[in-house]
Design a protein around this ligand. Structure first.
Ligand SMILES: Nc1ncnc2c1ncn2[C@@H]1O[C@H](COP(=O)(O)OP(=O)(O)OP(=O)(O)O)[C@@H](O)[C@H]1O
Ligand SMILES: [Mg+2]
Length: 113
């Protein structure tokens, strides 16, 4: 199992949700977040110096999937989120050791799907 965490631009959430839906991925957690990447939250430098970190509004997606759905999930996020501009976002893929459905006690791929 994989836990896919994506940081995307908030205005791309609708497109990403649609791309995920089209790929038959319907389970997700979405959180408002603050963050910055390699531009430190700025698109320009002041006298050539980036001297401060500026946190920008981002949306964080968390999607837990069985291994065979990881590629399709990643591709769908990219399809929905990519504009080609800085700040398009980042996807992190983590190995997920367990998933438990609280109601039934199911584990692993029975619980995740
Ligand atoms: N190394 C990182 N660790 C944790 N969060 C990160 C990291 N890199 C990016 N993020 C998160 O992802 C968001 C989007 O990052 P962003 O797309 O700006 O990445 P980037 O590396 O600066 O690429 P680009 O040059 O395309 O902008 C950031 O606002 C931050 O929330
Ligand atoms: Mg950036």
């Amino acid at each position: 199992m994989k836990l896919i965490i994506a940081m995307i631009q908030p205005h791309k959430l609708t497109d990403v949700k649609k791309a995920l839906f089209d790929a038959e991925i319907h389970k997700m957690t979405v959180t408002n977040a603050l963050g910055c990447g390699q531009q430190k939250g700025f698109t320009e430098t002041y006298r050539g110096v980036l001297y401060e970190v500026n946190l920008l509004k981002k949306v964080r997606l968390e999607i837990a999937v069985n291994d065979e759905f990881a590629d399709a999930t990643i591709k769908a996020i990219i399809r929905g989120a990519k504009t080609g501009n800085i700040g398009d976002g980042k996807i992190m893929v983590l190995d997920l050791s367990e998933c438990i459905r609280i109601r039934t006690g199911e584990l692993g791929k029975d619980a995740i799907g």
